[in-house]
Design a protein. Sequence first.
Lengths: 206, 246
Amino acid sequence: MMSLVERAARIGALLGVLLSAVISTSVYADAPAPDELVRKLAAEMTSAVRSDPELQNPGSLKISDFVQKNIVPRFDFERITQIAMGRNWAKANSAEQKQIVTEFSKLLTRTYSNAISTLKDLDVEVKSTRVMTPNADVTVKTQMIGRPQPVSIDYSLINGPAGWKVYDVTVEGISLVAAYRDEFAGLVSQSGTSGLIDALKKKNGG
Amino acid sequence: MKRIATIVFMLALVAPSLVAAAPSKKAKPAVAPIPLEEPAEIAPPNDLFEPINRVTFAVNDGIDLIIVNPLVALWNGLMPSFVRTGVGNFFNNLDDVYVGVNHLLQGNGSRAGVDFERVAVNSTVGIGGLIDVGAKMGLQKVDGDFGQTLGVWGLPTGPYVILPLIGPSTVRESAGRSVRVMTDPRTYLDAVPSYSLMGLEYLQTRADAKANEGLIAASSLDRYVFIRNLYLQKRSLMVKSGQTQH
């Protein structure tokens, strides 16, 4: 029997791996279908990490640069924050909303960036795509292979003016964005929107 | 976690046949981004014992720091990885017996068949469970326990509980866990072999996960709440998949 904290912990770690798997393309002139996009990005990302030892070194500056340039633009952090905040989103004013998006994206980017180094030994396989709204909202189901057990990672993408962007990542059925909901709700109910902003800033070392 | 991985793996195998054709070629950008639907009021998790839980959580952290972490470091340092894998496989093989029984209790005979086939293969060809031959044959390990069975039968989780040393649980899962302990033959061995086996399993599972605990600490604002959320998501997923698989 595996301890339950362990399970939670491992899930957390997988959340790390996941950010690594969705990557931006430098060029997306003609927006490809989301499943194609994920497949292509995964392939590009994997080959980048394998050919550059610095990207295999967790904590290196190069990783954070790489992530900023290639991964961050592929995520819709505003939508991510909105979902994580639920009803409290509408209660925050637009300056607060902006601040929360900034700080939350910083937190996610900072903590999950190093996971790309694991792509050295892992492959991403696109399994299937579930269409929620045609041409607008889909979930691309993938599997990470290369460990004793494959890990399922699903990317929810939304289509907008800037092309497809990821707004949730679900690892082994567990949603990363939903994982933050209780935390956010708890902080807002305890100390208001400003309390949430302070907590995020503090976590980011600011 | 390996077991969790496998459940989803099994589901993923079935998924392509269920999923509508994936959108192919180029998708035109949507005219306007889809607005988020009105977020539903999310029911707060049932954490009646939160004040006590937080104390136990902190105590567990302390025990981890002082005792478990050094032991895990020692274990990882002394044992080559193939030994650790073997130990993990050995306990997984014992667990598969329980998983199979629980799948039967959940009315999922076909999955139980796979579980018992794994036990048969791994206990023999896999040298008493040390090698997971089953997985190599495509028989992946999945999760299953009595807490899940109770959930499939319709019992609600009850309040969230942090168990000493073990960590996140709920009233229902704790009940399931105690049934497991009572029916575990190891419980009835003499004290020394009994505790050694349980201690070894505990150490191995902790060692498996240690590397990842830092990420949770780094990415969460309130680690207690974050872990609670992950745990409850996971348990509810297990019960849902148990209910839909037959």
